[in-house]
Design a protein around this ligand. Structure first.
Ligand code: PLP
Length: 405
């Protein structure tokens, strides 16, 4: 009944998806379900719900126009608002609605890109550890091949020599960058961005810059976009494809809205035409347009978000310190990597999975083993900590039971 290609896709449920579903079926709640699963595996921010519900409830009612089709790649109004949002909050200037495509989530936009710019087997080099969804979005259906460059340190600093060598050796057609970096939780510095663009240019490689955490920056680093005017002198803008979405900075993961932006007319046209299969509902576009065009509210939201992320990260790290667990010194995004090697029999992929299973089955906490991010050193897990205080406390309490293991 089912096609061969679908069979390949669904032959088994990946362990991370299984863990996510376990958590969704029996979720922890501080008052009503203290015994439920705690999901610190999925990169979602639960700290902004109240502010978002309040804002969205003030948005003017939908009109007849919002009940019908609009441009599949996003209404003129929404793309115009996004151009001005991108200038103010991403630091990307000189763009207009023609440079933009809107799709139902950033994953969908990435899949569209995979279809648009890669032929089967073409390689995209990314910096490991990497956001594991890239495998799904680039490889699963349209068969681009992800290659890893282990050229970043725990503070998000890039080694030019390794990156350059990896670009040459793999023959990659694109370099995929995630800034701020998921899962490390760091922005790239201005000098590293300049260097990365230079290296890409030397190797005639396009850059895909996923900057979906651009406004989730709470520490001592500063977000600068790969498309910032700072790098105009390198004359490489047309070779940079930019990605953003509402799932992270706005904590609107359920809205499934992603943005593609580029000065490259040909690629933009291809992406726009393919959004036909992944169009955002006109109703949702109406709401999103109202949200992102209110710059004063966005600024307040981001300021609040970054304050509360800072506090939450500091509570997490205080807790980890008292248990004796080491972690990356993150200052952006909504995650960090923690070192659980002392709780493994040996530093192998299998031992890491055994620990993952123990955490989910015995302690009922879901966090993601580094092997899914292409992390070479087994024993590091990504922790997504943007959760209410009581949930964070319970998470730490359960994690501390590892000492009894
Ligand atoms: C770096 C990165 N890009 C893309 C996505 C996917 O975003 P969306 O939920 O809008 O599909 C995620 C989600 O975790 C992400 O972390």
């Amino acid at each position: 009944m089912i096609s061969k290609r679908a069979e390949i896709l669904f032959k088994e449920t990946p362990p991370l998806v299984e863990a996510h579903f376990k958590c969704a079926a029996d979720p922890y709640h501080n008052e009503t379900n203290r015994d439920g699963y705690i999901n610190f595996g999925t990169a979602e921010n639960f700290l902004l719900e109240e502010k978002l519900v309040e804002k969205i409830s003030t948005i003017p009612n939908i009109t007849g126009k919002t009940l019908h089709y609009d441009f599949p790649w996003g209404s003129e109004a929404l793309r115009t608002s996004y151009a001005s949002f991108a200038e103010k909050f991403l630091g990307i200037e000189n763009i207009n609605s023609d440079n933009i495509a809107v799709g139902c989530g950033l994953s969908a936009i990435i899949e569209i890109l995979s279809f648009s710019v890669f032929d089967e087997g073409d390689k995209v080099l990314t910096i490991a550890p990497l956001y594991n969804g890239f495998y799904h979005d680039f490889e699963t259906r349209f068969k681009a091949k992800i290659e890893l460059s282990h050229s970043i340190d725990r503070k998000g600093v890039i080694n030019r020599e390794i990156l350059s060598k990896d670009l040459k050796n793999t023959g990659a057609k694109f370099l995929l960058i995630n800034n701020p970096h998921n899962p490390i939780g760091h922005c790239y510095s201005k000098s590293d961005i300049r260097m990365i663009i230079e290296v890409a240019k030397e190797n005639s490689v396009f850059i895909i810059a996923d900057e979906v955490y651009a406004n989730s920056v709470f520490g001592d680093s500063e977000f600068i976009s790969f498309l910032s005017e700072e790098f105009n002198d390198l004359d490489y803008k047309e070779s940079i494809l930019h990605l953003y979405g509402l799932a992270k900075d706005f904590a609107l993961s359920g809205f499934k809205v992603g943005f593609f932006l580029s000065h490259n007319e040909k690629v933009t046209k291809a992406v726009q035409s393919l959004t036909y299969f992944h169009t955002v509902s006109t109703h949702t576009q109406h709401i999103v347009n109202n949200i992102i065009s209110d710059h004063k509210w966005c600024e307040e939201l981001f300021n609040y978000n970054n304050e509360i992320l800072k506090e939450t990260f500091s509570e997490l790290t205080n807790g980890l310190d008292s248990i004796g667990i080491d972690y990356y010194p993150s200052n952006s995004g909504i995650f960090t990597m923690i070192d659980l090697t002392p709780y493994m029999k040996e530093k192998t992929a299998q031992a890491e999975m055994e620990l993952f299973n123990f955490l989910i089955d015995e302690l009922k906490i879901s966090i993601t083993p580094g092997q899914f991010f292409g992390e070479k050193n087994y024993g590091f897990f990504r922790v997504c900590y943007a959760k209410p205080n009581e949930t964070l406390k319970s998470f730490l309490q359960r994690l501390s039971k590892l000492k009894e293991k």
